[in-house]
Write a protein that binds this ligand. Structure first.
Ligand code: ADP
Ligand code: MG
Length: 238
């Protein structure tokens, strides 16, 4: 069963058509990396999947449910943003608990989930700190923890490593990949970093101006790029 199914999906901002019609299926438990130059519509597509933007045409299915107009909180999806978007006035524990409290989940269930996610991500020593008192890498983990406690079917990552230094980036890359295997969830990971794409993806989706240029395994897009754009973007030998 497909975890995500986009059918002629269209997104416009006023007169600007950012996504003229995307067809893409993402399988259950698949790790898909979406790459393309700045401004090509990667963040827009994630926001559409998350329900943070309305769609202007086509259909979107998550699992076997059509979610075109379903609000974000009811989509079984969690998104990790580039800037982490943590609440500065809340502690790490409160940041992680907030969405669950909004859902009306019982307090002891929330406490258990927060504790488990914090342990998984090695942030349990910081649960009572505020984001300001954390390093970039720790903030990044809190943002992931906030997604994990919701136990979603699908995780969306929008360039989650771009604010980390190169060494930490390599480490967190490995951790996110391992996490996807532990949690057995579907991951859609946006980056403009070709190395991230090549090392993390089951399949890479290469996008240009809101149009998919190629979908394939890292080997396929590297060895047999569909066109010159893909070849130069991925860095295939010519
Ligand atoms: P990427 O994440 O690939 O860099 P974006 O999805 O952020 O690209 O942006 C795609 C295009 O949509 C860009 O031309 C951008 O200027 C435009 N855009 C993004 N968000 C908005 C918005 N809220 N209103 C109008 N235009 C937007
Ligand atoms: Mg973006």
């Amino acid at each position: 069963m497909a975890s995500i199914h986009m059918q002629k999906l269209v997104k416009k901002y006023g007169d600007l058509t950012v996504i003229p019609g995307i067809d893409l299926q993402i399988a259950d438990h698949e790790f898909v990396v979406l790459v393309g130059p700045s401004g090509c519509g990667k963040s827009t597509l994630l926001r559409v999947l998350a329900g943070l933007e309305t769609i202007d045409g086509g259909d979107l299915f998550i699992g076997d449910r059509k979610v075109n107009t379903v609000p974000p909180s009811q989509r079984d999806i969690a998104m990790v943003f580039q800037d982490y978007a943590l609440y500065p006035h809340m502690t790490v524990r409160q940041n992680m608990a907030f969405a669950l409290e909004m859902r009306g989940m019982a307090g002891d269930e929330i406490a258990t989930r927060v504790q488990q996610a914090a342990k998984l991500l090695d942030i349990d020593p910081y649960l009572d700190r505020r984001p300001k008192a954390l390093s970039g890498g720790q903030r990044q983990r809190v943002a992931m923890g906030r997604a994990i406690v919701r136990d979603p079917q699908v995780f969306l990552f929008d360039e989650p490593l771009s604010n980390l230094d190169a060494k930490l980036r390599a480490q967190v890359r490995t951790e996110i990949k391992a996490l996807s295997q532990t949690l057995r969830t579907t991951m859609v990971f946006v980056t403009h970093d070709q190395i991230e794409a090549m090392t993390m993806a089951d399949r890479i989706v290469v996008m240009k101006s809101g149009v998919i240029q190629q979908v394939g395994t890292p080997e396929e897009v590297y060895e047999t790029p569909a066109n010159q754009f893909v070849a130069s973007f991925i860095g295939s030998p010519s």
